[in-house]
Design a protein around this ligand. Sequence first.
Ligand SMILES: Nc1ncnc2c1ncn2[C@@H]1O[C@H](COP(=O)(O)OP(=O)(O)OP(=O)(O)O)[C@@H](O)[C@H]1O
Ligand SMILES: [Zn+2]
Ligand SMILES: [Zn+2]
Length: 799
Amino acid sequence: MYAQVVVDVPTQQTDHSFDYLIPAALEKFIVAGQRVVVPFGRSGRRVQGFVVGTSTTSSYAQKCKPIAYLIDLQPVLSSELLQLSQWLANRTFAFWVDCLQTMLPNVMRAKYSKKAWALTSTVRQSALFQGAAAISVPNDLTQQRQLAQWQKQGQVRIDYLVENKAQTRQQLVLNRVANQDYAHIVTQVKPQATKQRQLLQLFIDHPDWQQITYTALQQKYQIGNSVIKAAIAHGWFTRSQIEIRRNPYTNPVTPSSPQVLTAEQRKAYQTIITSASRPVLLEGVTGSGKTEVYLQVIEHFLQQHKTALMLVPEISLTPQMVTRVRARFGGQVAVLHSGLSQGERYDEWRRINQQQAQVVVGARSAVFAPLRHLGVIIIDEEHEASYKQIDNPRYHARDVALWRGRYHHCPVVLGSATPSLESRARGQKRVYQLVQMPHRVYNQPLPQVQIVDLREQQNLALELNSPLQVDLSQPLITALHQCLKKHEQAILLLNRRGYANFLLCRNCGFVPHCPNCDITLTVHLQEHCLLCHYCGHREPIMKQCQVCGSSKLRLSGTGTQKVETQLQELLPQARVLRMDNDTTTRKGAHQRILQQFAQQQADILLGTQMIAKGLDFPNVTLVGVINADTGLGINDFRANERTFQLLTQVSGRAGRKQKLGQVFIQTYNPDNYAIQLASQQDYEAFYRQEMQFRHQGNYPPYFFLIKITISHQERAQAFKMAYNVAKRIKPILQPREQLLGPVQPTVARIKNRYYYQIIIKYRHNQSLGQLLHQIMNNVQIDKKRGFAIAIDNEPQQME
Ligand SMILES: Nc1ncnc2c1ncn2[C@@H]1O[C@H](COP(=O)(O)OP(=O)(O)OP(=O)(O)O)[C@@H](O)[C@H]1O
Ligand SMILES: [Zn+2]
Ligand SMILES: [Zn+2]
């Protein structure tokens, strides 16, 4: 028997499976989807591999090496996910093994270590080994050279080990032994052995106990290890280990039951449960009750003994959503997101794999959750850019969800108040079934939105001779006053996209830059340092300008901390909660802040993008956007779309229950159509206007995009390679298709590597994919010469 194995060596030559011989002893145990360890290459070093198939014959039968050993006794990838991995590799121009790896929790990634064994006593007595028989190979280069020399002379053997980092949490338990008569034994034990007697008595008093954990014995009954050991030695009990699941849920939830659906919700519900062959785009205004529809759809499929997958953006940012799902489905729910520890993720993943959880809620990577018998897949806020993975493999969770929907022949729901233009256009062409919910649940009106023209505000400030920099305009301050008076709550958004605090010399204009990247350093007041967001370079905040020596170094830009201070000055009675990267570093901080706000322990929630989405607080009647413009300045054809989405979403947080909502949007571009239409919350009008712009510029959804990025430590080399790549692609482009570049992105140097990028706009090009795969492989071979290439299919970020 032979196994086809994809090895953990991502280079072009190995981007397919290899045949390995299945040792006779393992023949019954090896199936597709298991991980194994195999010898690889001439050196025979050991690497992890995925079994993707088995066969009785092999065309390489003579040369096949045997599989060394198994990592998993059961398959960790189903045949569905194995198929998906192949499709994914092709679609994202990634290596097959990377795609397989991506589907599993991080802790299941192989960890390699090298061990050196001393074969002679001279080596063993050397300074390096210090008498040890084996050491792990050090990172130090001179020491490595020494080892290599000894290896050549046959004095040292190097072993490659593959470690499985994935650990279950185990606990020791004491088991009842069936034929032991504890009531009799206790009479035989010496009276002074009080603890022994106590232990026996426990099992007499609790005839239902089959076992008890050591921890419980120690903590609850103060029965120590020595007592337990002695009891086992007597043969009264046996010991064993059981697995303890880590529990990521810290807060209890109150169960909820289904609401009676409104007419609009009913229609959406009916369409979804009967739409297995066509994805549904659910376009519902903020507060229209999309979530309630999702929950009842999930319930419908659970009753049919099927499972449900629900994706939400960056889940740790929307704990409210998780709470709502858990309130409805309790222990059936598994949660997968980056806020969990590695161990917790691993445990949740296994609960799903062992079919102990039927509903999965998670962020992007949860789209690979090993659910069987999928009944429905839901993607909430389907327009969110975070569904696209920035690193290899650069997949979009929406594409993966659609693939799985086809595989299971189950409904896929894409929900949003502001769908991506791509999805909305597919709704128009009836590729997706479009369902609209234009009204809020109790027919509350959408909040009234006022645009505050910051240019006017500045002129006003000039006339009144008050300070120029206004973060909070007079109309917004007045509204905040009124809001507080009525004991209602407010949300203030500081749009940080493409925006940072930096240090500026007021004397000569000097701004500190990162030494490794072409980007300004960001000020972090709490850690008291300057930080590069690309490479992590860190330095203390300087007191004097490095150029002119002046001490007039000032913070530039609007930060949440700065606005918080202003709020405290202007509204000293207001209780302000701040939510940004600084206040949410600790685990569970999001949840705590939102809970405090929900319990009305604060009047104003001030934060960055993370407060814009999914929050449902009935007492919030005022929303203020401090700077609507920062996203518009970004060099990206989606700048208007993103601004529209953000403003509409955050406006939707106001007036969701009985009370009427009010919104203030502060801007320097009051005439921009994204801002205008967001203030009217008119998605359909925005869609029509934006489609015209996309049409004129040959952008998606009219054209597809591919971004190719090439980098090298030398600028000229990077350019030459990018130029050659462009030269190869140009001839196969069809009329109206376009290649832009190579150009340097805004941040042209990162970690001392220079970047060039190429954008391709294409429609239906048969040969492009194939050529790109070839280019990918060619440049990969040039990896040794220091080149790196990345191909991003349907990029979400243009820079
Ligand atoms: N059928 C219903 N009857 C009564 N209340 C409902 C019903 N459906 C939803 N609600 C309530 O209305 C509010 C808004 O609903 P929900 O949060 O589901 O809207 P949404 O469209 O998902 O919102 P958003 O996209 O703005 O986050 C919630 O408090 C929800 O509990
Ligand atoms: Zn200076
Ligand atoms: Zn840097």
